[in-house]
Design a protein around this ligand. Structure first.
Ligand code: HEM
Length: 62
């Protein structure tokens, strides 16, 4: 995995909700954040909750 791409599995659910919500509200504009702003633009709050719930319990492929 490219070093600029963070590990997003097994994080605290609230942490992930906060990060995704910050992208959605344009509160994260550092580094490669623009990639993620585009990704979350179409997500609802419920989508974000469900994604964070899923990610908090799964590592995915490393
Ligand atoms: C379902 C799709 C995706 C989800 C749920 C997701 C989730 C996340 C989360 C939660 C973060 C924040 C990590 C942290 O702050 O610890 C993040 C950051 C990031 N993601 Fe995604 N992501 C997705 C798709 C993508 C795609 C398709 C790309 C590349 C084209 C991408 C590239 C990045 C990069 C480069 C960062 C770091 C950006 C920064 O420096 O702020 N992500 N992602």
């Amino acid at each position: 995995m490219a070093p600029n791409y963070p590990k997003i599995g097994m994080q605290n659910k609230e942490y992930t909700v906060n990060q995704l919500t910050d992208y959605k509200n344009n509160k994260r504009s550092n580094g490669l954040a623009a990639l993620m702003v585009g990704m979350v633009a179409a997500l609802t709050e419920e989508d974000i909750q469900k994604l964070a719930e899923y990610l908090s319990a799964n590592t995915g492929a490393d």
